[in-house]
Design a protein around this ligand. Structure first.
Ligand code: BGC
Length: 251
């Protein structure tokens, strides 16, 4: 079925209409800058604009940069703190007039990669890491997602929080060359490997397209591959997630 997939990020809100049977985008991707401060009302208005620019009236799946339990945001690392405790799916549905379904952004990117992309048919443990303003993670065992892993917020042995040390925002803030940033990111992956022993690591987000610039710094045992959808995994996966929430009657 066709669903509008939306990826809410720290710097941009991106969306496209997705055919969920194939994972293909049926419309050009539209990106609008994330309003600052990214309050619920401001993000809700941007979302409404994105929906209307697609001329869309159907269901909307949203990947959101927070731990989400049954539509409620529990954290807010790179968005306004007023999201915490908010029933975002209901709030956005009301503001936009569309039925909105919401889940963690890295989790939905993982859903897309496991269904159609780099993790397709992969049994064992697969870790997806999205590299952007934040560091997002999705953890799958035999194709089953353990939702809301917030492994970008672990502290590394050097005492730094992984996200502050090795996200794409950290690379830009410290003006790091790809090789220098790659060393930092490898330290993060090595920590993940020592704790979870993934069989495969899939990288998503903006920096996944640049893997050849830092792959020489990566020393973990598990194969490290870019997401097949690169930074569009979140859009596709948001639509896939929404589909799982619709009743057969809706489809
Ligand atoms: C948030 C996660 C999110 C990640 C990527 C982190 O700061 O805590 O929920 O998945 O950023 O956006």
């Amino acid at each position: 079925m066709q669903i509008l997939g939306v990826d809410v990020g720290g710097s941009g809100i991106k969306g496209a209409i997705v055919e969920t049977r194939t994972g293909k985008l049926l419309s050009p991707r539209i990106r609008i800058a994330t309003p600052q401060p990214a309050t619920p009302e401001a993000v809700g208005q941007t979302l409404t604009e994105l929906i209307s620019r697609h001329g869309w009236t159907g269901p909307v799946g949203i990947g959101f940069p927070a731990a989400i339990q049954r539509g409620i945001a529990r954290t807010a690392a790179n968005i306004d703190a007023s999201f915490i405790g908010l029933a975002i799916a209901d709030y956005f549905s009301e503001i936009s007039g569309s039925r909105c379904f919401i889940a963690n952004d890295a989790d939905v990117a993982g859903l897309a990669e496991m269904r159609f992309g780099a993790g397709k048919d992969h049994s064992g443990v697969v870790l997806i890491v999205t590299i952007g303003t934040g560091l997002g993670t999705a953890l799958f065992a035999n194709g089953q997602l353990l939702p809301n892993t917030e492994l970008g917020h672990i502290f590394l042995k050097n005492g730094e929080e992984a996200e502050a040390y090795a996200s794409d925002a950290a690379r830009e803030a410290h003006k790091l060359k790809w090789s220098a940033w790659g060393k930092r990111f490898n330290r993060y992956l090595a920590t993940m490997e020592a704790l979870f022993w993934p069989d495969l690591i899939v990288l998503g987000g903006g920096a996944s397209a640049k893997l050849e610039k830092y792959s020489s710094q990566i020393t973990v045992r598990a194969p490290v591959v870019p997401a097949s959808f690169l930074n569009q995994a979140g859009i596709v996966g948001a639509a896939l997630f929404a589909e799982t929430q619709l009743t057969p009657h809706d489809q």
